[in-house]
Design a protein around this ligand. Structure first.
Ligand code: AMP
Length: 214
């Protein structure tokens, strides 16, 4: 099974993807995480991507697509995309890539959350520097301040979770990613869940939607 999670930054895609990939034994493909990894390793791609990411703009489609083909070329398990595709061009390239592999997309899950809710969430998000677990200092804080419950490593605020960059990312989503809703509504199995609920409830709802699929 191959799935795409769609929604605003801060809509809960990353948290849901971590749960679903465990439940369904799929590969969690977060292009944001891969790009941050490339930046940390100071690869050429990481260096090319860094100014786009720091300012909240999208990394050029061709760079993202080449990166994915390299990373996923030999992967045989189901793919769970989180944060990809982000433009219609990326969606078209993904369609072509699946076709060339004799595969396809099984479902697209859109997490519906209001804009003001995602802006508030991103401002209070903390991410574990060790395992990547996502917290919210208001609605889902760790037991011990700034320490991950799961692995004990320190939490951090992502450099692009600052107010100016959050506003830019939200605008970029509306301009470049939102058109994907129409693209996928027209092309196949489009599912929608209420991403305003608590993370466990969202996972439960999405699992039920996927099980109800023909
Ligand atoms: P995310 O972790 O998904 O919020 O992504 C963080 C940043 O990485 C974005 O603001 C973009 O700069 C970049 N990025 C992640 N995924 C993509 C993608 N599919 N296409 C272009 N840029 C991306």
């Amino acid at each position: 099974m191959n799935l795409i999670l769609l929604g605003y930054p801060g809509s809960g895609k990353g948290t849901l993807a971590k749960d679903l990939s465990k439940e369904l034994d799929m590969v969690h493909v977060s292009t944001g995480d891969i790009l941050r990894d490339e930046m940390a390793k100071k690869t050429q791609l990481g260096q090319e991507a860094s100014s786009y990411m720091a300012s909240g703009r999208l990394v050029p489609d061709r760079l993202v697509m080449d990166m994915l083909k390299t990373r996923l070329g030999s992967e045989t398990r189901g793919l769970l995309f989180d944060g990809f595709p982000r433009t219609v061009e990326q969606a078209e390239m993904l369609d072509g890539w699946f076709t060339s592999r004799g595969q396809g997309l099984d479902a697209v899950v859109f997490l519906n959350v209001a804009e003001d809710v995602v802006i508030a969430r991103l401002g209070s998000r903390r991410t574990c520097t060790g395992c990547g677990k996502i917290y919210n200092v208001i609605s889902a804080p760790p037991a011990k301040e700034d320490v991950c419950d799961a692995c004990g490593k320190p939490l951090m605020t992502r450099p692009d979770d600052t107010q100016a960059v959050i506003q830019k990312r939200v605008q970029v989503y509306k301009d470049q990613t939102e058109p994907l809703l129409a693209y996928y509504r027209a092309s196949g199995s489009f599912l929608q869940a209420d991403g305003g609920k608590a993370p466990d409830a969202v996972t439960k709802d999405v699992m039920a939607l996927l099980r109800a699929q023909p």
